[in-house]
Design a protein around this ligand. Structure first.
Ligand SMILES: *Cc1c(COP(=O)(O)O)cnc(C)c1O
Length: 393
């Protein structure tokens, strides 16, 4: 035991997620730095084509980050003041903030206690005359029940924007995330499947949404002759609505292109490691391992265990701190969005989504990223097993 704890000090901290950058990535970025275009050059459309080729979606708009992607999608969908947008509380705040950006009201539907994804039955209960869109989040990388959500959207005339920040490469009934609903947004933050530093994209099959988002990311400006209301010369362009500067740089796009070549390899590693965790934990009575829906293939952005607190002598916090002490970068994804003080000030109260709140009290995210070694995975497993064994009733 003494040796074990001494060695701990020397053990490198394992974060819950991180990027994998290799020499090819660095070379791709350096080439852009030596070229004519640092931004809005040829690398942007090349990166966009990589994403449409990979997923099978018709159009892709690269954008400055995943949050801007959600904002652009809400704008393109025509969501505005007086509208309501239904999303999950178990997500990063950006999935709900995007509704606020365009003046709409986020409405939270509870999660399914098995998949942790938004529950279509609760979506239907939360639909009102003002509901304009649903933003399902493919939490941890597992696709939501998109057939049920698509049926609701048809029945009530709603737009569906998938927050696919966890789901690049995920599949629902043989279709890649990004091809299923009106629009799907992605993030290329370093903890996500591929990275561009900061970065995002929206995939859509709609030419109309795509064209709006292309203008939205660049101030609402167009130079497209078919769209101009006049033409005073070859310098001429028009700002037709209020957009933002949400452009991605060519430096980032070059990194993204290079990273896309490795995506399938990254996904395979994530899936293998998730399987290793599942096998190690599935027979432990005090832990719930992630349930996977039939007909879906998760992209495994996150690996989450749920603690059966009724079978443990200590709370989640003690187990969490014990793992952290051993240099394991555990995390909690997520604090229900409406728990945040900003949302409380807007009038949201605890108690809104009981399944989400129960999961929040019991969940721990374990490290999962392709650059981990199998020894890292085994180290996490050993420690989880040992700690649970120590604290079980
Ligand atoms: C990461 C993330 C975002 C935001 O992406 P950024 O690129 O960090 O702006 C949005 N939604 C979810 C679910 C995310 O995990």
């Amino acid at each position: 035991m003494g040796n074990f704890y001494e060695n701990l000090d020397k053990r490198q901290f394992i974060p819950y997620g991180r990027q994998w950058i290799d020499e090819d990535d660095i070379k791709a970025v350096v080439e852009v730095l030596k070229s004519d275009y640092l931004t809005t050059g040829p690398k942007i459309s090349e990166f966009e084509k990589k994403l449409t080729d990979y997923t099978g979606a018709k159009h892709c708009a690269a954008i400055s980050n995943g949050t801007a992607a959600l904002h652009a999608a809400c704008f393109a969908a025509g969501i505005g003041i007086g509208d309501e947008v239904i999303t999950s509380p178990i997500t990063f705040a950006a999935s709900a903030n995007c509704a606020l950006y365009v003046g709409a009201k986020p409405v939270f539907a509870d999660i399914d206690p098995e998949t942790y994804n938004i529950d279509p039955k609760d979506i239907e209960r939360k639909i009102t005359k003002r509901t304009k869109a649903i933003i399902p989040v493919h939490f941890t990388g597992q696709p939501c029940d998109m057939d049920a959500i698509t049926d609701l959207a048809k029945k009530y005339g709603l737009i569906v924007i998938e927050d696919g920040a966890h789901a690049l490469g995920a599949e629902y009934k043989g279709k890649k995330a990004g091809t299923i609903s009106d629009m799907t947004t992605f993030s290329f933050h370093p903890v996500k499947h591929i990275t561009t530093g900061e970065g995002g994209a929206i995939l859509t099959n709609s030419r109309e949404y795509y064209e709006k988002m292309i203008m939205f990311r660049s101030h609402g400006i167009t130079r497209d002759e078919d769209k101009l209301t006049g033409n005073e010369g070859s310098w001429y362009y028009e700002q037709q609505f209020l957009g933002y500067n949400y452009r991605m740089t060519d430096i980032q796009a070059a990194l993204g292109i290079s990273q896309m070549d490795k995506l399938d390899g990254f996904l395979e590693k994530r899936r293998n490691y998730a399987d290793t965790y599942n096998n190690a934990f599935k027979d432990i009575d005090e832990i719930v391992v992630p349930f996977q829906m039939a007909n879906t293939m998760s992209a495994w952005h996150l690996y989450i265990i749920q603690l059966k607190l009724e079978k443990l002598r200590v709370g989640r916090k003690e187990i969490f701190n014990e793992l952290k002490k051993r240099n394991i970068g555990v995390n909690v994804h997520y604090i229900p969005v409406y728990y945040h003080p900003y949302y409380r000030k807007l009038g949201y109260d605890k108690g809104l989504c009981p399944n989400a709140e129960k999961l929040y009290d019991r969940m721990i995210t374990l490290p999962l990223f392709p650059k981990m070694s199998i020894q890292d995975i085994e180290y996490v497993i050993e420690n989880v097993v040992e700690i649970i064994d120590r604290y079980k009733k």
